[in-house]
Design a protein around this ligand. Structure first.
Ligand code: 5GP
Length: 195
């Protein structure tokens, strides 16, 4: 199979990585396709099954773990499983496209370890934990409990930033978008990764 490239965006929840990934997906010249993760968490707001995520029951998710269907998976929050199906990469590479991931820090690093030469791993850094809290509250999609759970995890996630290929600071979204475009464009147009 013709291998494309893998572009990972990881960050604490609320850092703005989803906005950055959506913006990049809209740039046709980058030839990117979104890796649709599987999750056992409940659908949120306007999310669509098979577009935002493959929504599975916890049992279905566990069956797929047993069957070895995942490239990586995590229990990101208690009882909330998330994972990348191996079939997703095949699907996208068959289309002749590059894969872009919006996944948590450990999943992102696992993909980089499995495909060191094909992967560009980008960490999106929020300005501060306080700002993160404000953004999550504004989003109004989760309860206070869930927001606190995400904040607690964020500090540990921030410590992993140096393990990524690049860190983008998202204190000004427009700047972060330009920076992300530059990095990805360079990576998909060059044959070899710079180590
Ligand atoms: P959310 O519930 O906000 O959609 O996602 C929660 C966290 O799970 C985010 O950090 C998101 O990037 C991460 N996530 C989404 N899909 C995957 C995946 O396939 N694998 C891993 N490890 N994390 C994921």
């Amino acid at each position: 199979m013709n291998k494309g490239k893998l572009i990972v965006f990881s960050a604490p929840s609320g850092s703005g990585k989803t906005t950055i990934v959506r913006n990049l997906l809209a740039k046709e010249e980058l030839n990117l396709e979104f890796s649709i993760s599987a999750t056992s968490r409940a659908k949120r707001g306007e999310e669509i099954d098979g577009q935002d995520y493959y929504f599975l029951s916890t049992q279905e998710f566990k069956n797929k773990i047993k069957a070895g269907d995942f490239l990586e998976w995590e229990e990101v929050y208690r009882d909330n499983f998330y994972g990348t199906l191996k079939s997703e990469i095949d699907r996208i590479w068959k289309l002749g496209k590059h894969v872009i991931f919006d996944i948590d820090v450990s999943g992102g690093l696992r993909i980089k370890r499995k495909y060191p030469d094909e992967t560009l791993a980008v960490f999106v850094k929020p300005p501060s934990i306080d700002e993160l809290k404000i953004r999550l509250k504004k989003r109004k999609t989760e309860s206070d409990d869930k927001i606190n759970m995400r904040i607690a995890k964020a500090s540990a996630e921030l410590a992993t930033a140096p393990l990524f290929d690049v860190v983008i600071e998202n204190d000004d979204l427009d700047k972060a978008l330009v920076e992300a475009y530059g990095l990805v464009s360079k990576f998909v147009h060059f044959k070899k990764k710079e180590h």
